[in-house]
Design a protein around this ligand. Sequence first.
Ligand code: HEC
Ligand code: HEC
Length: 209
Amino acid sequence: MNKYLIIAISIAASALSACTVADRSRALNNPNIEGKTIAQQVCSSCHGEDGNSHSAQYPKLAGQQTAYVVSQLNNFASHARTDRLALEVMAGMSSGLNEKQKQEIAEYFYQQTPSNTSLYSGDTSLGKQIYNLGIQERSVMACAACHGELAQGQQIFPRLAGQHKEYLLKQLHVFKNTHARPDTPMAMVTQNLSEKEMEQVANYLSTMK
Ligand code: HEC
Ligand code: HEC
């Protein structure tokens, strides 16, 4: 509970200090503005100009699959993603964008080079094993089967390599314990993963380049 409170407070604080975002966000309803400009002037304030956000609250978008980014913008806009931050922040960010702008924004971030900012230097062998092979006796599918051997993602399967560990873990909890991201295989995938296993796989992914 505490963790969410902290996130909520820091979001509120960043909303206050982000008058610039509010000013420019009028651009979010203007079909004449290029996606790239929106990405650089609006999305960048949280996700980083090159898509490598500094705070783990905001997922990195650099190198993220275009089809995945477009699908998530649609999910935020339609309120299919019902996590509090999704509704309070991303629903508004995505609802005024047209199809062309969403595609251009996604392409802009896909073209940015993902940075690796993980400070984790511990053992990643178990996380790597789960990622590549799953856990057969508990019917946990291999993550690599959908997210790719290098965790680079494909189409609607997101890139996971180099993502903030805390963001990965948060989403694994969302899939496992809530209905805030419905209709994906991830509910089934996370069902039999323990807390420790999720942590190990998130550590491994955060260190991938
Ligand atoms: C005020 C901060 C803020 C701004 C500005 C912002 N975002 Fe986000 N974005 C977030 C947060 C917070 C999340 C994580 C939501 C969650 O945890 O469910 C997110 C999540 C996302 C995701 C999901 C990524 C994933 O890996 O699942 C995409 C895609 C995204 N944002 C795109 C955009 C685009 C495109 C823009 C500009 C039109 C934008 N965001 C502007 C805060 C922001
Ligand atoms: C059957 C295919 C499939 C398998 C296997 C799979 N995933 Fe996924 N994963 C998906 C899809 C599809 C999404 C996007 C969900 C959405 O659209 O909301 C996703 C999303 C995610 C996300 C959210 C990423 C983000 O940026 O928000 C994480 C984290 C994740 N998967 C981790 C894993 C891990 C760890 C494993 C292995 C234990 C795994 N996945 C196995 C299909 C799969």
